[in-house]
Design a protein around this ligand. Structure first.
Ligand SMILES: [Zn+2]
Length: 711
């Protein structure tokens, strides 16, 4: 294939205007939003045609090098050694530094031309294109319509890029180095030509059609869901009521069920909304929804299931097992045994094909990165927000129920719990909202053993349910806290033997989310700003069973700092061996000294997921809530590290202060003994502290303590 044909192929694939590369231009759009005010543009060109453009800020140029600043996302594209042009080879591009998502990069000056005050060009030789393409590697799949492909992509920017090419990212390997995608031959070619390392796992084209219900009796068909919901309603009339969310494109009812006491009355109870099967082939999601419906109704008022009874009595729970009935019926109509047709979208015609991706059709930041404007794409977003009747039905229902405070949208597969945002790499700006999403998401993930993270940590996608439900309510007194759950099972049609565990675990997670609906903010951990109230009464300062005087000194320092109004209970600290059982179980406890000397530290490290790793003589690391602090033992004892963690357990407050050696612990104690620290970090509940003995006196002074990271 010639270079011209290559360009044509990609241009055709992404439907660009003549002579430009929409896939690349699109990537520039999202990266430019975080760029500097006056942006300069660097064009990588072959034969006067842009193949990659990046926005940058120029820092300096000397005789040999041109140094510029650009975003991490753009750098990832260049780093990827964009195969079409082998940019590395021709420009000597190298990364000098990276800071908060911005990269400082150096290129050989001789390869750059300035064409006007804002535009710079790197002209690459035609041979760069010609030599680097070998489409024969993928040409055996020329007739394929649906391929399952493993793609090497070790960061979110590359995954976003792949999503931009229109492929459907099905799952990301736990190492996050590989992802599984479903795509057509054209998309495979686009991946290949864009420099991705691809391996076709299986060609799913033309899987033989067989009789309906080929998924097996363990899976519900659409008709079975409808009839089972009505049976549940008649069996449990006092707590279950079927409702219609609306009508699908082909005129099918989108069935839902309300579960609550006094079910026919709209009481002023907190509401939870749970939906499944936006994507037709994600068959296990229906089963999770149906299992949860049956669990709540079957066990209501049953001895031993007081939790279920409490939830049904005190919440209004809405569950919609099939958001996309047309897609479900179509998917079930064929495929080989145990598999559907791998259909994703709804069944609404568009120009040149069929189907809108319902999870790209919501209005919040609709049309952005990670959705496609092309009808045939797996991620076609529709021609306008909510132009698909199914997503519009979800919108209308939620808007009619302003008491909804939590939302779960089930997808598969990937073993993930995701929270907003999907459309941007930025985290939710509001600290409390962000933290609530993280905490409830992580607790859900504990039930299922999934990975919990922000949606865009995988790749960018826009127009999703959870971005919309949270995004459009984020200024409410209580917004709709929203999670997308990607089930496990490694397939859209997991073996029936896996279904029970998938359903049980996710049902437990769902019940927890429903419980949180009364006030999701209740899960917020105590924060340092609240220390005076938290330790007002019933506090014990515990220094460990084998504590040395220095630990006690650290304890005393905290006690001194926390004591107000002459209250200085146990300012010298206490060991936990003399704690009474009641004090241990109910007291507000400050634990000083690490697990080596203090069993309590070990006990609560586990509860708060504080993890430390020690490589004898080499290094020591403390990790907690995605942050970590690292001690190079070559610098010990003139350097030391420490964690201060404030948590809640069984309605009492706990603070842990411990470091690698006594100096670390002592530095943490000195730090927390100063009440200005509580105000400085008033919204945080975890600090990681480094002490460096800069004056060489072997003692800890306030000025030698640095807070390295905090949550
Ligand atoms: Zn999905």
């Amino acid at each position: 294939m010639s270079a011209a044909q290559v360009m044509k192929a990609i241009n055709k694939r992404v439907g660009t205007k003549k002579g430009s590369f929409a896939l690349l231009v699109g990537i520039i759009l999202f990266s430019a939003t975080s760029g500097p005010e006056t942006t300069l543009t660097l064009h990588f060109r072959v034969k006067e045609e842009d193949i990659l453009t990046v926005q940058f800020e120029k820092i300096e140029a000397d005789d040999h090098f041109f140094v510029l600043n650009l975003t991490e996302a753009d750098m990832a594209l260049i780093e990827h050694s964009f195969a079409l042009a082998r940019i590395h080879e021709y420009t000597g591009v190298s990364l000098v530094g990276i800071d908060h998502g911005n990269c400082t990069v150096r290129l050989n000056k001789e390869c750059i031309q300035q064409i006007d005050p804002y535009n710079y060009v790197v002209e690459l030789p035609f041979s760069a294109l010609k030599e680097s393409i070998d489409s024969t590697l993928v040409s055996t799949y020329e007739k394929a319509v649906l391929l399952q492909v493993s793609v090497y992509a070790d960061n979110k920017h590359l995954r976003t890029w792949a999503a931009y090419l229109g492929v459907d990212i099905v799952s990301v390997d736990v190492t996050q180095k590989y992802m599984t995608v479903l795509c057509s031959y054209e998309e495979l070619l686009a991946l290949h030509l864009s420099g991705f390392h691809t391996e076709v796992v299986v060609d799913l084209t033309g899987t033989a059609k067989s009789a309906p219900h080929q998924l097996g009796p363990e899976y519900h068909t659409y008709e079975e869901v409808v009839s089972e919901l009505s049976h549940i309603e008649s069996d449990h009339a006092s707590v279950a009521q079927v409702f219609s969310l609306g009508t699908s494109y082909e005129g099918r009812d989108i069935p839902g069920i309300k579960i609550s006491d006094n079910v026919s009355t709209d009481e002023s109870e907190p509401e939870a909304f749970i939906c499944a099967l936006h994507h037709a082939r994600e068959a296990a999601t229906v089963e999770v929804a149906m299992y949860t419906i049956n669990y709540l109704t079957d066990h209501y008022a049953e001895p031993g299931y007081e939790y279920v009874t409490y939830l049904v009595d005190n919440r209004e729970i809405y569950i919609v097992p099939i958001v996309n009935p047309d897609g479900k019926v179509y998917d079930d109509s064929g495929g080989s045994s145990g598999h559907g047709l791998y259909w994703r979208k709804n069944r609404q015609p568009c120009t040149g094909g069929i189907g809108t991706d319902l999870n790209r059709n919501y209005s919040y930041h609709w049309g952005g990165t990670g959705s496609s404007s092309i009808c045939t794409s797996q991620t076609f977003r529709g021609y306008a927000p909510f132009d698909a009747p199914e997503s519009a039905a979800v919108r209308d229902f939620i808007q009619l129920h302003p008491d909804i405070t939590v939302l779960l949208s089930y997808h598969s597969h990937g073993s993930l719990v995701l929270w907003p945002w999907g459309y941007t790499y930025d985290p939710i700006a509001d600290y409390r909202d962000r933290t609530v999403h993280q905490i409830i998401g992580r607790r859900y993930a504990n039930y299922t053993n999934y990975v919990a993270q922000q949606g865009s940590d995988l790749y960018l996608c826009s127009g999703t349910t959870d971005d919309w439900s949270y995004g459009t309510t984020q200024n409410n007194e209580i917004p709709i806290f929203s999670w997308t759950v990607e089930l496990e099972g490694g397939s859209f049609y997991p073996s029936p033997s896996l279904l029970l565990v998938i359903c049980e675990n996710n049902c437990s997670g769902a019940l927890y989310v429903i419980e949180c609906a009364d006030n999701p903010y209740k899960v917020l951990p105590p924060s340092f700003g609240e220390i005076p109230q938290l330790f007002d009464t019933n506090s014990f300062f515990v220094a460990g069973n084998t504590a040395y005087c220095t630990d006690v000194l650290g304890t005393a320092k905290i006690a001194f700092g926390l004591a107000r109004g002459g209250v200085t209970e146990n300012p010298e600290g206490r060991t936990n061996t003399i704690l009474t059982v009641a004090e241990h179980d109910t007291g507000n406890v400050i634990i000083v000294g690490g697990p080596g000397i203090n069993p309590l530290a070990q006990e609560f490290d586990q509860k708060f997921a504080i993890i430390y790793t020690y490589n004898p003589g080499v290094a020591f690391q403390i990790a907690c809530e995605t942050k970590y602090i690292y001690l190079d033992l070559a610098h010990y004892p003139s350097e030391d590290v420490c964690i201060v963690y404030l948590g809640e357990d069984s309605s009492r407050n706990m603070m842990l202060v411990w470091g690698y050696g006594w100096r670390g612990t002592y530095a943490g104690s000195v730090l927390m003994g100063d009440s200005t620290i509580w105000q400085t970090y008033e919204n945080a509940h975890m600090l990681m502290v480094r002490w460096t003995d800069s004056n060489g006196d072997g003692l800890v002074q306030m000025g030698e303590i640095a807070v390295e990271s905090y949550v």
